[in-house]
Design a protein around this ligand. Structure first.
Ligand code: SAM
Ligand code: SF4
Ligand code: SF4
Length: 348
């Protein structure tokens, strides 16, 4: 492989988009398949068992992901998040983690997973250099969990995965809860009761209009302000400072010392202003927004033998032309475009 043409010794060049936002984070979807069928992401009726996902040849190989990561790192990326589909469906994921954690300039490698396949791999992921895990857990009520995984998941398996991740040294974990009105919003306090005091950070995500197949309706969104008020009525909260600029979650602490929670409010409190995230799909497309209609193909040039300097130039050109602020525009739009990439393709 060619050495990157950008001199590493001077540190990564900050890439700014048209709104002055730097490129700092890369979310890598390693596979578009999933063993769950969450109604807000990949509803069962839209993705029957014979749905055609990417073939092995269409997916980026580990070496290709590593090469792209090296180039992204020269452009300022220092945080990676592996996601999917369900990333642990990709065989030998620890091997990929090991390669990516060794890339100069990358100082944080995280994983988002539904937890169903995590327990047996948690230790290997830790040893490979994975630093943080976010687990999706919408409810601890077994029947609701089953429904919200499209009849595929068991909450007990995810709770066991949490214990395995703790044993492997990943605590504190982040626990993502997508809240849908009438489905799991009444179970939020029970979930908090369970995790208050555990050190894990529960984060409530507003149900978003990602993709085209989840029949999103605004009345199914529970605004974070409403949820926060419900929680605060039981356990008073105080707001915390962000950990860093561009953090997507607003952080709160239980006033009684019960720990931290967060709210990701893309619908009611958009945070496009300092969005520093690029997304790479499993087939090597670069997306500059979660709600983008299309991505920029990097796999084609990669497999056609493009050099590192040209590849870096290509990525730089895409980022410099970036204007995305979908969430901010959503509220203004009378009829939002439905030409969005699917969530399972780029991983949230
Ligand atoms: N399969 C893994 C998982 O569920 O953790 C990783 C991929 S999943 C697409 C990443 C995150 O996106 C999950 O936490 C999931 O709950 C969230 N997500 C998916 N669809 C969503 C939607 N319509 N609104 C809000 N969050 C969503
Ligand atoms: Fe699968 Fe994650 Fe989407 Fe649920 S949210 S269907 S677990 S990719
Ligand atoms: Fe970033 Fe797009 Fe989300 Fe805005 S809508 S925060 S630009 S990913």
């Amino acid at each position: 492989m060619d050495a990157p043409a950008i001199p590493l010794g001077f540190g990564p060049a900050a890439q700014r988009d048209l709104r002055g936002r730097v490129l700092r984070d890369l979310r890598i979807s390693v596979v578009d398949r999933c063993n769950f069928r969450c109604p807000y992401c990949m509803p069962e009726d839209q993705y029957p068992r014979d749905h055609e996902f990417l073939s092995k040849a269409e997916r980026l190989r580990f070496e290709e992901i590593e090469r792209l990561t090296r180039i992204f790192a020269t452009l300022g990326v220092h945080k990676l998040r592996l996601t999917g589909g369900e990333p642990l469906l990709r065989r030998d994921l620890p091997e990929l983690v090991r390669k990516l954690a060794a890339v100069p300039g990358i100082d944080d490698v995280a994983l988002t997973t539904n937890g169903s396949l995590l327990a047996p791999q948690a230790q290997a992921l830790r040893e490979a250099g994975l630093q943080r895990i976010t687990l999706s857990l919408d409810t601890i009520v077994p029947e609701t969990f089953r429904r919200m995984s499209g009849g595929r998941g068991e909450v007990g398996v995810v709770l066991e995965a949490i214990a395995a991740a703790e044993r492997a040294g990943f605590a504190p974990l982040k626990l993502n809860v997508v809240v849908m009105r009438g489905t799991n919003d009444d179970e939020v306090l029970g979930l908090l009761e369970r995790f208050r005091g555990s050190g894990h950070i529960v984060r409530f995500i507003e149900y978003m209009d990602v993709g085209t197949c989840n029949d999103w309706r605004r009345d199914l969104v529970v605004p974070s302000a409403e949820l926060r008020a419900r929680i605060a009525a039981r356990w008073p909260l105080r707001e915390l400072e962000p950990n860093y600029g561009g953090e997507v979650a607003r952080r709160y602490a239980f006033a009684d010392g019960g720990g931290e929670i967060g709210f990701i409010s893309s619908v009611t409190e958009p945070f496009c202003g300092d969005c520093s995230r690029a997304r790479l799909s499993a087939d090597g497309r670069l997306y500059t927004c979660l709600f983008a209609g299309s991505g920029h193909d990097l796999r084609g040039p990669l497999r056609a033998g493009i050099g590192d300097a040209e590849l870096a130039g290509l990525i730089r050109a895409v980022w410099s032309a970036r204007e995305d602020r979908y969430s901010e525009l959503r509220s203004e739009a009378t009829s939002a475009s439905r030409e969005h990439v699917e969530m399972y393709a780029i991983g949230g």
